[in-house]
Every structure is written in C-alpha cells, then in structure tokens.
Write a protein that binds this ligand. Structure first.
Ligand code: FA5
Ligand code: MG
Length: 462
C-alpha cells in the first residue's frame, strides 16, 4: 500500500485531546451499549486510549456496501471484472461479504508488514482499538482465503474479494477516506504437473489477448537486482507465475477500457498500458500496472508473486504451492468508466445520481448541476512542541464539514526569517454535489474547523 509521509514536524504521538474528542464524537452519535465500546456492522468492540481514532462519520460508511449494489457504478464495475475473470474456467471463488473490521494481525502481521511500516501508523489508519482496525486493503483477507483453499473448503485454485477499504488520507476529487478494492489470487501446485497446467492456462490467456487489436502493453525485462524473486522458487516458476499474472490483469484492463470505448463508439482507439516495478511486503517480485488515459499514466493495480510465508501462515506446507495476487482500486477506474468527476458522488443518496446507472451497463454520468464552491483559507503556526500530521487536519475538516468539502490543499509554507517559526496555509474548497450552500453555513463550518484545530492541537492560528 502506498502511504503519505506528510508530517509537518516530528511526531510525538498520543495526543490525548484529539483522542478524547474523537472518541467522544463517535460515542455520542453511534449506537453503543456502553461508553467504552463502538459498534461496527453490529459487532461490539472495546475502545482504548492508545489507538482508537475512528470517527462516527467514517463508521457510518461501513454499512453502505456500494460494491454489492447491482446498479451502482462500483457494483457494475465489480460484476464486469468478476464475470470476465470467471468466464473461462471458473477458477475463482468469489467473496464479497467480508466486513471491514479486521485484526491488526490480518491487515498487517499475516502479510509480513515490518513493525515500523508507515501504514501501521495512526495518522494513516483508522483504528477501532489496539488490536482491530478498519482494513486498509483487501489483502487483509488473503490468509483466510488461502486457508480455505488449503482446507478444501473451496475446490477452486483462486479467489476474488471485493470490499470497502479505509485510509486516513488527503481530501480531493480522487481521494476519499473509504474506497473499494478487488483482490485476486491464484495458486498452482509447485510440481511438474503444476507447471504443465500453468503453461496451458497461460496459452488460454494469450490466445484471448492476441484477439484484441487495439491494446499495447509496455513491459520491461525482469530485473532480479531491483525486484528480487524468492529463494525457494526457480527462475522458470517465477517466469510462469508472473506471465499468468500479467496476462490476467492485461485482459481485465483491455476488457474494461474497451467497454468504455465501445460505449462512446470509439472502438478503434488504442489502449496503452505499462508495467512498473513495485514493492509489497507479501509479494516478490512485485509490479504495478498503469494505463494511459487522457494524457496521464494512471495507477490501477498492485500485484506480485505471493510470498511463501503468507501461504504457510494459511496452513500450507513449504514448497507446496506457488501463485500470484493482485489488488485493484475500483473507484478510480469507475470514475473514468462512468465519467464521474468527483469521488464523493459514489456516496451520495441523491436520486439524480442513482437513477443514471443501470445493471451491467457502462454509461456517462451527466452532472445534474454544478453548485458553486467557496474557498476559505486557514493559516497557523507550527513549532516543535506541536504534534499534528496533515491527515489530522484533513480529519478535522472531514469531521466538521463531511461531504461539503471538495478539497483541502497546502497553498503556502514558509519559515519566518526572524523568529524561525514555520507557518502553513491550507485552502479549503467547500462545495456540495447536491445543493447550494450559504455563506453563513460555510462560515460556521470554518469557525468550527478553526476552533477544533486550536482545541485539539493547541495550534496558534494566524
Ligand atoms: C494495495 O493496497 C495492495 N493491497 C495491493 C496488492 C494486493 C499488492 C495483492 C500485491 C498483492 P495500493 O495501496 O497501491 O496497494 O492500492 C492498490 C490500488 O488501490 C491502487 O493501485 C489504486 O488503484 C487504489 N487506491 C489506492 N489508494 C487509493 C485512494 N486513496 N483512493 C482511491 N483508490 C486508491
Ligand atoms: Mg500503489
């Protein structure tokens, strides 16, 4: 997972005020049975002062399950990819109902995340308590799903998982604290028969790809120095598994973008994508695929050859199986596919949005109206005794203004030449997708943001 590393200043965590405020906020407005618990999808969790940082407005999203709605863009895209992947040999068991509250072990440890990985920090992740969090990726369920293959609960050699995932992140048109991923994985026995099967499976994919004429992929030769393989695998095994992986993902990309081009009557247009090296703690070697869309490379999916440790964590023996896994972001792809200009729209209850989409159909969203936005700046001094991460500011804005905020951007960062103090200025763009908002309403929101920043972080406003 990619993580932002935007600390204003060295962080001395455990800001008691913030924590208290957040806990209180979530407790007062959530269904709770006692002051020290939170309920997520009907399940009760104890909170703690060390880690709990998930606010009520985020908890509310955990019941939405947009990926299960057949005529929601996220659901339409999910179904499209699932059907494509299962169209030949039905090799993938489908899991779409995993709940977002998972253990720290599932999300990080089972996948070999280093103890000091930034993804584990409270500035990046929503913790329910010290042992549980809102999953930051669908890979959190890999161990369970590989375990089902091992225990023969499923007879399929692969699986697909679609689900909502949560990250404390910046605010703009392509970032929302909740989004959706599809995880895929597939295994073969680490035997001669397994290799034979792999070769057969690859040729099926290659035949299909050869039929698609408007699709170009830029791939680079495999480089062991920068993207090392695992010791227990032979070069040939890595070659076969990664070829199957890459061809599988290329077929998804070709399918999805060709559907888009077809819906616009542009079937002759070229689709261009490329592979780049990547790093994930639980795959080696690892890659990401990008697609060229409207003048820029867009990252769609991370993937790689599954580390043996993940398989043995799931109960398999050493040298038993080899295979791949990928994690694909559904929201940004759906934004392109359906011409959705702002990621917040996925979460709206406005019928003018929902009535535009139909099961199994790619269509272009027609904005029902463009409501004007209003800008407010907030400037403050920071110094070494203040503990705040950019994501903390984002969180205060989100907790205060919810979906009325379109973006928050750093517009000025300077150090006073005489005093040596640092000053930051952020620009908040308030704008509703559904209605007009009044100046008075925005002033109130901005006042609350300012007051919360001072109260929770002891920050001096300018
Ligand atoms: C992961 O989350 C890995 N779990 C993917 C993976 C799975 C790798 C299995 C290897 C094996 P990453 O953080 O890059 O990786 O996110 C995967 C995809 O999710 C990205 O390519 C992007 O399409 C999408 N994504 C990531 N962050 C966001 C965000 N804030 N908003 C919308 N989409 C996002
Ligand atoms: Mg990434």
């Amino acid at each position: 997972m990619s993580c932002s590393l935007k600390r204003f200043i060295p962080v001395i965590t455990n800001n008691k005020h913030t924590l208290q405020a957040i806990i209180e906020k979530s407790l007062y407005s959530t269904a709770t049975s006692s002051p020290n618990t939170i309920i997520v999808n009907g399940k009760e969790f104890e909170t703690d002062s060390e880690k709990t940082n998930v606010p009520q407005n985020i908890l509310k999203l955990t019941d939405k399950a947009l990926h299960l709605k057949a005529s929601h863009p996220i659901g339409i895209l999910r179904t499209l990819i699932e059907n494509k992947l299962n169209s030949d040999d039905h090799a993938f068991e489908v899991y779409n109902n995993f709940k977002p509250a998972v253990s720290v072990f599932e999300n990080f440890d089972s996948l070999g995340f280093p103890k000091d990985h930034v993804g584990r920090s409270k500035s990046d992740t929503y913790y329910i308590n010290k042992d549980h969090l809102l999953r930051t990726h669908t890979s959190a369920h890999e161990m369970f799903c590989f375990g089902n293959i091992q225990k023969k609960i499923t007879d399929k050699p692969g699986y697909l998982i679609s689900a909502d995932v949560y990250r404390r992140d910046e605010i703009d048109k392509t970032h929302y604290p909740a989004f959706h991923q599809m995880e895929g994985a597939r295994l073969w026995p680490k035997t001669e028969a397994g290799q034979k099967q792999l070769k057969k499976d690859i040729s099926v994919l290659e035949t299909k790809l050869n039929q698609i004429k408007n699709f170009t992929v830029i791939d680079m030769p495999y480089k062991e120095e920068t993207n090392p393989k695992q010791k227990h695998m032979t070069k040939e095994e890595v070659q076969l598994v990664s070829t199957h992986l890459k061809r599988t993902i290329e077929l998804i990309v070709a399918e999805v973008f060709n559907k888009k081009l077809a819906s616009e009557g542009k079937t002759n247009e070229e689709i261009k994508s490329r592979w780049i090296e990547a790093y994930f703690p639980w795959t080696a070697p690892s890659w990401e695929i990008e697609v060229w869309w409207k003048g820029e490379w867009l990252e769609l999916c991370g993937c790689g050859v599954v580390r043996e440790q993940v398989l043995t964590n799931a109960g398999m023996g050493t040298n038993e199986k080899i295979g791949w896994a990928f994690g694909l972001g559904l929201d940004r792809v759906a934004m392109l596919l359906f011409d959705i200009p702002d990621i917040r729209l996925f979460w709206t209850d406005d019928q003018r949005f929902h009535e535009q989409f139909k099961e199994n159909t790619i269509s272009s969203f027609k904005p029902y109206s463009k409501y004007p936005g209003t800008i407010r700046d907030i400037s403050f001094w920071v110094n070494n005794s203040i503990d705040i991460h950019e994501n903390d500011l984002m969180e205060i804005v989100r907790n205060t203004a919810g979906d009325l905020v379109e973006s928050v951007k750093l517009i000025d960062d300077f150090v006073h030449p005489k005093t040596g103090r640092r000053s930051l200025c952020y620009r908040i763009n308030y704008q509703s997708m559904d209605r007009n908002i009044t100046n008075e309403e925005i002033n109130n929101l901005q006042d609350t943001v300012r007051a919360n920043l001072v109260e929770q972080y002891k920050i001096e406003l300018r």
